[in-house]
Design a protein around this ligand. Sequence first.
Ligand code: HEC
Length: 128
Amino acid sequence: MRELLNPCNLRPMKPFVISALAAAVMAACGGGVTDDIARGQQVFSQNCAACHSVSSGVVIVGPSLAGVATRAAANDDELLPREVLRRSILSPQAEIVEGFKNLMPPDFERKLVEADLEALLSYLMTLQ
Ligand code: HEC
């Protein structure tokens, strides 16, 4: 018992305790963001990838979404980039990308639950 309570015996434990704490903090904060983006990427594969690539210059039905977050940031409207993207998804007819037809389904508001839409937006915001 005495040996266990000796602080010298605890020292090798410290790095482990610290990394366990760091892992817990990451799971609570940083990990959550990563999970959200991963979920968004999945929502994208299921709902958007049939028409949109994320490779630069690759057009399927709609424009490539490579760099779409940067384009959204350059939009003249007084909307945050994430909100420009939200509008592109929920009201695709509000602004039609030059050279494309209004072929994007107008019913994502109904099809995507809120958490999936937010995750999708987090993912799109990584496409700088
Ligand atoms: C049936 C094909 C189709 C599907 C499915 C589709 N889109 Fe589109 N999308 C288009 C077309 C065509 C355009 C260009 C015309 C326009 O602006 O509405 C477009 C435009 C966009 C734009 C504007 C791009 C820019 O450069 O400003 C965004 C953002 C976008 N789509 C995101 C999405 C997301 C996210 C999904 C999935 C939830 C999705 N689209 C599903 C066809 C589609």
